[in-house]
Design a protein around this ligand. Structure first.
Ligand SMILES: Cc1cc2nc3c(=O)[nH]c(=O)nc-3n(C[C@H](O)[C@H](O)[C@H](O)COP(=O)(O)OP(=O)(O)OC[C@H]3O[C@@H](n4cnc5c(N)ncnc54)[C@H](O)[C@@H]3O)c2cc1C
Length: 398
């Protein structure tokens, strides 16, 4: 019997497995895909991630595809642009996730790749995970790091289904391009773009230029996402017209995925089980960024499990500390980001852009939020405070 079965070897699962295996626990890491594999994603994250996970520093050459330095945010009516300096690292998930997986295997986590976990049975002493190849795995505890459509969340009733206004449907494509062409279009600073509420629908489009690809995506909140492909095609048409991508750009590797953007689920643990990352909705509702949260939650989950496995304190009542800790780390900031998301998808969004365009501090703040370069905490207060300050400054200036 394993100590812990981790379902899903994305950022959340591999990080959890790494920290547990490093402490000598027997960990089994199960993923339905064989790695290296792609995961539909923008692949953008704060360069601060390597400070939180220093073991990634020496592997940066294996996954880093550049650092974008200037964020350009376009208003919904396309009339206003906010431009601010904030660094955002970019990677291909194929490389990044593979490095994370290798970092877990390095410490002895046992991989079961290319096998889907089908169902669970949790009893007083163990968890049994049924696999689609007919085998099963037993462990003392389970970690559900199986993404936005989590089987573990469903089976444990921690999240039976996302409400349609809590999920964003996305289309994304990584377009190969020559580095010279990318620099011509996005400058040496690799300007990254966000397009707010395209077509007046809640969500956003993005362009993340990388070393030799341009990542383009569009996400629309589930309830409004019927016809997403059509919206994506018009987005691409607009980008071709405005010179963001070549008219001949190949779009055959278009992918779709779901992203939980309506905040975290109410409870992320149950008897012998923790949920980590997208499975628990640990995503920034403004940007859709969830890589860092999944990894931080994975680290916390490993620490809690390591302590509780010692004396088999794995009941529901023993695991609440997990939720307390990730809430303190980033959960509260997701709540405030949800407010910002609602305001920026509301009727005053274009007006806020107009105010923002008159203040360089606001523009840097918005870029820092979108790139997750800021520490996150108090972002919403800083943003709204600055909006208020700009309005008062203008009202009181003769
Ligand atoms: C279009 C799009 C763009 C995004 N862009 C960004 C971005 O630029 N920056 C950012 O920070 N975040 C971004 N995100 C969010 C980010 O991808 C997720 O937050 C992050 O991947 C969460 O990590 P995770 O480990 O929780 O889940 P995942 O990365 O989704 O990993 C889950 C793993 O579980 C496996 N799995 C699923 N079900 C099973 C099963 N039953 N059995 C076995 N294995 C299973 C999957 O194969 C997968 O490998 C984006 C998301 C989308 C959809």
């Amino acid at each position: 019997m394993y100590d812990v079965a981790v379902i899903g070897a994305g950022p959340g699962g591999s990080t959890t497995a790494r920290y547990l295996a490093k402490q000598g626990y027997q960990v089994c890491l199960i993923d339905k895909d064989r790695f290296p594999r792609d995961k539909p994603c923008g692949g953008g994250f704060s360069p601060r991630l390597v400070d939180e996970f220093p073991y990634l520093r020496k592997r940066q050459g294996d996954f880093l595809r550049g650092v974008c330095r200037v964020g350009v945010i376009h208003s919904s009516n396309q009339k206003t642009v906010l431009r601010g300096r904030a660094d955002m690292a970019v990677a291909l998930r194929t490389d990044f996730d593979n490095v994370l997986l290798e970092s877990a295997l390095e410490y002895g986590a046992e991989p079961k790749m290319g096998i889907r976990a089908k169902s669970l049975q949790i009893d007083a002493n163990s968890v049994k995970v049924e696999l689609t190849n007919g085998d099963h795995v037993t462990a003392r505890a389970i970690v559900g790091a199986d993404g936005s459509t989590s089987m573990v969340a469903r089976e444990t009733q921690l999240n039976a289904k996302w409400p349609s206004n809590h999920i964003t449907a996305c289309r994304v494509v990584e377009i190969p391009a020559k580095t010279r062409d990318i620099i011509e279009r996005y400058s040496e600073e690799l300007e990254y773009h966000f397009f707010a509420n395209l077509g007046g629908l809640p969500g956003y489009g993005w362009i993340f230029p990388k070393l030799d690809t341009i990542n383009i995506g569009l996400g629309i909140v589930g309830r409004y996402a019927k016809g997403l492909l059509r919206y994506f095609e018009s987005f691409i048409k607009m980008l071709k017209r405005d010179g963001y991508i070549a008219k001949s750009a190949e779009l055959n590797a278009l992918k779709g995925a779901l992203l939980p953007t309506g905040g975290t689920i109410a409870k992320s643990y149950s008897e012998r089980c923790l949920l980590v990352g997208d499975s628990a909705g640990m995503v920034n509702p403004i940007t859709g960024g969830g890589i860092a949260h999944a990894m931080v939650a994975g680290k916390i989950a490993a620490a809690i499990l390591a302590r509780n496995l010692e004396n088999d304190a794995l009941d529901d009542s023993d695991l609440g500390k997990y939720q307390t800790q990730w809430m303190a780390e980033f959960g509260k900031e997701i709540k405030s980001q949800l407010i910002v998301q609602k305001v920026f998808t509301g009727v005053f969004a274009n007006t806020l852009f107009e105010i923002g365009a008159r203040d360089s501090v606001l523009q840097d703040t918005v870029s820092a939020m979108m790139s997750e370069a800021s520490a996150g905490r108090n972002d919403a207060y800083r943003l709204f405070g600055r909006f208020l300050y700009v309005c008062l400054r203008e009202a009181l200036t003769p």
